[in-house]
Design a binder for this molecule. Structure first.
Ligand code: ZN
Length: 197
C-alpha cells in the first residue's frame, strides 16, 4: 500500500469554445479523469488523495502543493491535457510525460509507455511524444517532496482527441494504465530494498 497524490489540472481558464459555447474545460475534465484514476488505485489497495475536493473548487498550485506535501505521499502524478499554441497546426496531438528528478524520471518511464500502449488500442494514430524534462520549471514538479511526473494526456485543441478526453470509457482506460504503471514503479522501488527509487 502506498500513499498517492493525484494532482488534476486546476486550469479552468484553459477552455475550448465553439460558437460561443464552452465545449471543454481542462480543470473540470481532468478532475473527472483523476477521480476515476483514484478509484482504480484504491482497488489496488492504495491510499489516494486528490489536491482538490470537488470539481470546480477554486485553487492554485501553491495551495495544492502545501496540501499534497502534508499527505507525505510516496509519489504524485499531475494530470493535464495539452493545447496547441496559436502558431501550431490544430491537429497536433499525442501524449507527453514530464519529470524534474531522477525518481520522477523512473516513475514516468513506468507509466508513460503503458499509457501510450493503452491509448493506441483504441486510437491507432496516437502520437507518443515521449518522456522528458520541461522547458518551464513546472511548479508542481519542483515543489513536491516525492517522486512525481506530469502527464499531458492528448491535446484538447484537437477535436478528435478532445472527444476522447471527455469519454468515460477513455477515462477508465487511462486510469487503469496509470494505476498499473504506478504499481510497476512501486514494485521496482520495493525491489530496490524498500527504498523508493
Ligand atoms: Zn494544463
Amino acid at each position: 500500500m502506498a500513499v498517492i497524490v493525484l494532482n488534476p489540472s486546476c486550469q479552468y481558464g484553459n477552455v475550448v469554445m465553439v460558437a460561443d459555447k464552452e465545449v471543454y474545460n481542462e480543470g473540470l475534465n481532468l478532475f473527472d479523469i483523476a477521480a476515476v484514476t483514484k478509484t482504480a488505485l484504491e482497488k489496488l489497495g492504495h491510499q489516494v488523495y486528490l489536491t482538490r475536493d470537488y470539481r470546480d473548487e477554486p485553487s492554485d498550485l501553491e495551495r495544492e502543493m502545501l496540501k499534497a506535501n502534508a499527505y507525505k505521499p510516496d509519489l504524485m502524478v499531475a494530470l493535464h491535457s495539452d493545447a496547441a499554441g496559436p502558431n501550431s497546426k490544430p491537429d497536433v496531438g499525442g501524449t507527453s510525460t514530464f519529470y524534474a528528478s531522477k525518481r520522477g524520471k523512473n516513475l514516468s518511464n513506468c507509466i508513460h509507455p503503458k499509457l501510450c500502449k493503452a491509448i493506441k488500442t483504441i486510437y491507432p494514430d496516437h502520437v507518443d511524444r515521449g518522456v522528458r524534462t520541461h522547458w518551464h520549471k513546472l511548479y508542481v514538479l519542483h515543489n513536491i517532496n516525492a517522486p512525481a511526473c506530469l502527464i499531458e494526456i492528448l491535446f484538447h485543441t484537437n477535436s478528435r482527441e478532445r472527444k476522447l478526453l471527455q469519454n468515460r470509457d477513455f477515462h477508465l482506460l487511462v486510469a487503469q494504465a496509470i494505476a498499473s504503471g504506478i504499481n510497476d514503479y512501486l514494485k521496482l522501488a520495493i525491489h530496490n530494498k524498500k527504498k523508493i527509487i
